[in-house]
Design a protein around this ligand. Sequence first.
Ligand code: SF4
Length: 375
Amino acid sequence: MIPLAAKLLTGWDAEPFVARIRGASRRDADSRELPSANVSASAVWVSLANHSGNSCREIRVPEELAYLSDGDVVCINPRRSEIWVVYRRASTSNSLLLTEQCNSYCVMCSQPPKSGPDGFLVDVALSAIPLFDRATAEIGLTGGEPTLLGDRLFEVLDCLRTNLPETAVHMLSNGRRFSDLAFTAEFSRHLPADFMAGIPLYSDLAYTHDFVVQAANAFDETIRGILNLACCQVPVEIRVVVQAANAGRLIELSEFLVRNLPFVAHVAFMGLEMMGFARPNAEAIWIDPAEYRDRLAAATRLLSDAGIPVSVYNHQLCTLDRSLWPFARKSISDWKREYLPECAECAVQQECGGFFFSSMSRRSRLVGPIGESEC
Ligand code: SF4
């Protein structure tokens, strides 16, 4: 687990700002011949976002963020002595949280909605994006529900399109707002060249989907939203978080997708992340992957045989049928990923995506090291 926020050792009286790290390591600091009082393992230099004149200043960050390096982007709130990491140049798991507000209330939501004002999140994104490396391969957009931002979401998309024209952008959305075709058409006019919307569909049964997202008519709105996105030529990925409520109908869900949404660009079957609402609801939602292993294999093969690209996310290789290994991805973000001590003896640890840090206490009875002879 990599920490992404910390308390600064000291604060000062200034507005929050976004900054890019410059020369951040003990070696760099030493080589710049700083006064010895300023040299420490946790001394980093930041360039202020506006790059105005002599806008460099040295700040000291706590040891837990000492991994910060050149080109990373942080947000600093001097009055509250807070620093959080917005972007790590070397990471393939960068994403921007755009809002904490949502019109669904999913039983396993890992980022529970909050209703307070959070416009500063878009302000941070708009300040940070121009500081990202133009060679960044992919950026994720998350919430909350980003489409609730309306025009402010379009500002973020325009900013990405202008500053990172080569970057793939993947946005998570519950898809419901796209049931408004006029909104979807306007949305499609702001998209970066390489864009995909990741939209959850939890079941082929409307009442199961509506139960999972805790919103009446959500299934109908999401299906209409996916169809509108297709009309506007926006690539869609279907995301299926497998849990107790839907694990029994994975094959039926695949059949539904093949029959009704064969145009989708990708389907991801995902393991639970035991964060947010998933923790208090754990007894009701968690299911051992051992219980749906065979159905998951059949559902995945059904999609693959129909020509729909499909992947399995957030499942350890030892919990999957061998036929699914080619579909398994190391999908858990590097800063959330953990392994068990016994994984060190496993022949496929390099290929295995491991565990969510938050989910270490809930693990399948199938988990255990795989020997060389079993590969
Ligand atoms: S034992 Fe650990 S490394 Fe090996 S497949 Fe299972 S979770 Fe992955």
